[in-house]
Write a protein that binds this ligand. Structure first.
Ligand SMILES: [Cu+2]
Length: 72
């Protein structure tokens, strides 16, 4: 199990939080997704077949590109 935290500057309201948590949560292997409106950070815990590459690709696809990785 891996936990990563990304900064997602495009987060601006509760709808963004909902969209990110729902979309990322649908990826196979995702254990939890927690997005924070105030800090604009998204913490994701996952197992294979999910990967950082797939998560970042999805976030970019739904217009919430991850701009930084904060390890644990
Ligand atoms: Cu929003």
């Amino acid at each position: 199990m891996t936990t990563v935290t990304y900064t997602v500057p495009a987060i601006h309201c509760g709808h963004c939080i909902h969209t990110i948590e729902m979309e990322v949560g649908e990826l196979q292997g995702i254990q939890s997704v927690k997005a924070d409106q105030n800090t604009k950070k998204v913490q994701i815990t996952f197992d294979a077949p999910a990967s950082e590459e797939k998560i970042k690709a999805l976030l970019a696809e739904i217009n919430y590109p991850a701009e930084g990785l904060i390890s644990l």
